[in-house]
Design a protein around this ligand. Structure first.
Ligand SMILES: *Cc1c(COP(=O)(O)O)cnc(C)c1O
Length: 500
């Protein structure tokens, strides 16, 4: 071969557009579609299952010849109506944020820089530093606290539990592992499963996490907690961490954080708080007074993608003592060595605060959300959601055939449809069906949970688009569906089934 096709990247042989004018037109079309999608999020069905033909169209062999820009844009546009529905004002399932149109722009800006924020000295690093500093301020952590933007609270929890683990074992555990140390930690039965998963992932095993019973407000029982610690110490084990929750996933309960902070201090335990959504309650007068214990935590995990409505995904791990945080993760092989000047400056690097090396520029959308709207306005959305949950609770209490299953502590209302004389097993099946009907009919999307063996219709409101009328529609539709033939059929089947 005399010609050398690989020497000179022509537009055809790089991945850049051949014709930038044409590409700009295509890009504007995609942006318009994305904005249409966001602008219409108050309209139409909440959730629609992805149609079979689109599912089929997504299945294809590995493309050897590319489809080209137009075709790929068309295929992406086809997908846009089929989200989980969490941008809709009647999405109430699990704990999902509702996102913002503005964050589309931040994602575009971040993507155009294609920044790798594992380290080095460049613009993105300074944005993340600002976000870290704002988080310190928000939760009244000291100047010496460190933090890192991560995918979500699950990852933030793994980071925090690892810091707690390694700090307790003087960081020898990074090399030797944890065998034989008998480390045990404590949390309530209401705690999110990500904490047990973190115990699993850092090699402690889920049995090392003691699940302490909760009281009738679904908060950790402090007496039972003290008893468990005493018992473990007597057995020669090493209690090292206690995990409190600010906003439990089932009902939004807030553990007695000040009491937990006192106990952690007295017992020499690391105090971690899972504040995935509830920690942001510090921005609202409805919750602030119950969250004063957060500033006493050794570490806090929370999400921006829930109650701050940052578009998925973005969470944060905040650690009181930067030196412990860095000592848990730092590892700078030759090719990552720090330099005083140049692109390898800007130390310490984010890679020293978590398990990821290459990481995207999530911090920009967090920065943009906070900078554009400010914490006052974001806080007002949180306050409104709390009032809405209380309103819903009041309406449930006044509606015949509905029963509240937990006090409304924050932004979550758990209730069920009841019929006098029916056993829980039958009611559970009926309430499951009611929720599925709401989802499948595209009316609303609550989820379910189990409270004391009862299936609850669980309405979580972390949604800046929800209005009171959405809650009224939800309740009237629940009453309608409860009397529908579909639910009657489920009742009949459950009554006929042998008790399980
Ligand atoms: C959502 C949630 C988590 C998990 O957070 P991810 O961002 O989904 O990883 C943990 N704890 C609580 C209380 C939550 O609500």
């Amino acid at each position: 071969m005399t010609d050398k096709p690989y020497d000179e990247p022509t537009p055809q042989e790089s991945l850049d557009p051949e014709d930038w004018d044409e590409f700009r037109a295509q890009a504007h079309r995609m942006l318009e579609s994305a904005l249409d999608r966001m602008q219409s999020s108050r309209q139409g069905r909440v959730w629609t299952e992805l149609p079979a033909d689109i599912k089929d169209a997504l299945k294809s062999p590995l493309p050897r010849q590319g489809l080209g820009t137009d075709d790929v844009i068309s295929r992406m546009e086809t997908l846009l109506p089929y989200g989980a529905g969490n941008t809709n004002p009647r999405f109430f399932g699990w704990v999902h944020g509702s996102g913002t149109p503005s964050n589309i722009l931040a994602e575009m800006a971040a993507s155009s820089m294609n920044a790798n924020v594992g380290g080095r000295d460049h613009g993105a690093i300074y944005v993340e530093k600002q976000v870290i500093s704002w988080c310190r301020e928000l939760f009244e952590f000291p100047e010496t606290a460190s933090g890192i933007v991560v995918s979500g609270t699950s990852m933030a929890t793994i980071i925090a539990i690892k810091v707690a683990r390694d700090a307790r074992l003087d960081f020898a555990s990074r090399k030797d592992g944890v065998c034989g140390h008998g480390l045990v930690g404590y949390t309530s039965t209401e705690t999110h499963s990500c904490v047990a998963r973190a115990f699993d992932m850092v090699g402690l095993g889920t049995d090392a996490l003691r699940r302490i019973p909760a009281n009738d407000r679904f908060e950790i029982d402090m007496d039972a907690l003290r008893t468990a610690i005493t018992k473990d110490r007597a057995a020669g084990l090493t209690p090292f961490v206690v995990i409190g929750t600010a906003g439990t996933v089932n009902v939004g309960a807030i553990d007695p954080l000040e009491e937990l902070a006192d106990l952690a201090k007295a017992e020499n335990l690391w105090f971690h708080i899972d504040g995935a959504f509830g920690a942001l309650g510090v921005l609202s007068e409805r919750a602030r007074d119950r969250l004063t214990g957060i500033k006493r935590a050794d570490s806090l995990a929370f999400d921006f993608h829930k109650w701050l409505h940052v578009n998925y995904d973005a969470g944060f791990a905040l650690v009181r003592d930067e030196t412990l945080h860095r000592a848990t993760f730092t590892d700078r092989p030759d090719y990552l060595k720090a330099k005083e000047r140049g692109l390898a400056g800007g130390n310490p690097w984010p890679v020293e605060y978590g398990p990821e090396l290459s990481r995207g520029f999530r911090a920009l959308k967090v920065w943009a959300q906070l900078a554009e709207f400010g914490t006052d306005r974001l806080g007002r959305m949180i306050t409104r959601n709390c009032y809405q949950a209380s309103y819903l609770g009041e309406q449930v209490a006044m509606t015949p055939g509905l029963e509240l299953l937990a006090p409304v502590a924050l932004n979550i209302c758990c209730f069920r449809h009841v019929v006098d004389g029916l056993p829980d097993a039958v009611l559970n099946a009926m309430n499951d069906e009611i929720v599925i009907q709401l989802q499948e009919q595209g009316i609303a999307a609550p989820s379910t949970t189990q409270l004391h063996g009862r299936t609850a219709i669980r309405v979580n409101i972390t949604n800046h688009r929800t209005a009171r009328k959405d809650l009224d529609i939800l309740l009237s539709e629940i009453v309608r569906i409860a009397a529908s033939p579909e639910v009657a059929a489920v009742r009949k089947a459950a009554e006929g089934a042998p008790p399980s």
